[in-house]
Design a protein. Structure first.
Length: 166
């Protein structure tokens, strides 16, 4: 019995010494999506609209060490909606984009849900547009309400950029 107790104690001590691996994301907020895009070095457009895949969304292949640092998957898609400008969400947009399903370590973003979304759309160096879906949903906010869109517009026009309280 003593060897079993010693083995259990050793296993518990070893487990406690190992690093904990967990992804911690901030709660998504449409105003944060806007301010992060506004303050970024890259150029972004804020769009309220939909994404439609123009090709089959491939399953991620993970082998060996790739499962801890998988490569992103790029999907050709169509972006349709209204772009944020001086007059609000008033400029129509209907254009091809690349949706990048990005990973943070072993956690990966998936294809965005269907329906209306608020998205920060990066203007790539080659002129193409990129929508990134990461595991924290930091650049895609699904199904924003009218009130949430008004908060983004208020911030855009120089008003309050306060994030929603929890």
């Amino acid at each position: 019995m003593k060897p079993l107790a010693a083995a259990l104690a050793f296993t518990a001590a070893l487990a406690a010494a190992l690093p904990a691996a967990a992804l911690s994301c901030m709660r998504p907020d449409p105003v944060r999506l806007y301010t992060q895009a506004r303050d970024a070095e890259a150029r972004y457009r804020i769009v309220h609209g939909t994404l439609t895949a123009q090709e089959t969304v491939r399953k991620r292949k993970t082998t060996g060490n790739d499962r801890f640092n998988p490569k992103p998957v790029h999907v050709k898609a169509r972006l349709q909606g209204m772009q944020l400008g001086a007059g609000g969400f008033a400029t129509p947009i209907d254009t091809p984009v690349t949706v990048t399903l990005a990973c943070f370590a072993s956690w990966c973003g998936g294809w965005p849900r269907s329906g209306q979304m608020l998205m920060s759309v990066e203007e790539g160096k080659d002129g193409g547009l990129i929508v990134t879906s990461d595991p924290c949903g930091s650049q895609i906010y699904p199904k924003p309400t009218r009130a949430e869109l008004r908060r983004v517009l208020t911030c855009h026009k120089g008003g309050s950029c306060a994030e929603a309280s929890r």
